[in-house]
Design a protein around this ligand. Structure first.
Ligand code: CA
Length: 231
């Protein structure tokens, strides 16, 4: 699930630049040109992280951060503060106001994305979907792309979810029921054999470079994704 990131920035060009980069990195950006509008958006839905400009018209970033921290429903939202000021004293004020991290303008969008991931990894690791590489099989959740020995593989959405689940949990044996629960969720009309069908499809798309051997049947137990060919 893409993390919802609220950007509060009064310079529209910067706001847009950040939003585009977040979108490209697999996040869901929300935009506010001032703290007052940000407040409205937060009341509709609590974002997973806020990028907050220090210098804003009306309520400034420091005041807004303090306000968020003093409210029980918003105090846990991670905040990354943006500012044109670079001296240490301001950095301390920014962090004391409750920001989790602090970035000085001008910054590269890549640096910002890296900081966002670092904060989310610490605060809400379930929201971070890092690319995974096992045995020259490379899966990138943010782009929904799978590469086998560098070549992109055509893969259906269910097989992608199945492969993602396996690659996040290598070397562990999972029962069909467990896989159903994790990959399909609670859809009671689906039975165990559905798992077998999709396992077969997954193996089919992985056969070219022999990666189908990573998807192993464990007799009487279920399935395992592993580089080791044990029984
Ligand atoms: Ca500003």
């Amino acid at each position: 699930m893409a993390a919802n990131i609220l950007i509060v920035e009064d310079e529209e060009s910067i706001l847009e630049l950040i939003a585009i980069n977040l979108h490209q990195s697999g996040f869901n950006p929300m935009r506010a040109l001032n703290a007052e509008y940000a407040d409205k958006l937060i009341q509709e839905a609590i974002p997973d992280l806020i990028i907050l400009d220090w210098m804003l018209p009306g309520m400034n970033g420091i005041e807004f951060a303090k306000r968020l921290r003093s409210n029980s429903s918003t105090k846990k939202i991670p905040i990354i503060m943006l500012t044109a000021k670079s001296d240490e004293e301001n950095k301390i004020v920014g962090l004391e106001s409750g920001a989790d991290d602090y970035l000085t303008k001008p910054f590269s969008p890549r640096e910002l994305v890296a900081r966002i991931k670092a904060v989310l990894r610490r605060k809400s690791p379930e929201l971070i979907d890092d690319p995974i590489k096992i045995s020259n099989l490379h899966l990138d959740p943010s782009t929904h792309r799978v590469e086998s020995n560098g070549a992109t593989i055509k893969i259906g959405p269910t097989e992608f979810k199945l492969l993602h689940f396996f690659m996040k949990n290598p070397d562990r044996v999972f029962s069909r029921n467990h896989i159903l629960d994790k990959v399909w969720g609670n859809q009671s009309e689906i039975d165990d054999r559905t798992v077998d069908v999709h396992i077969k499809r997954l193996r089919d798309v992985l056969t070219n470079n022999g990666h189908d051997k990573l998807v192993q049947t464990v007799r009487g137990m279920g399935y395992r994704f592993s580089e080791n060919q044990e029984n």
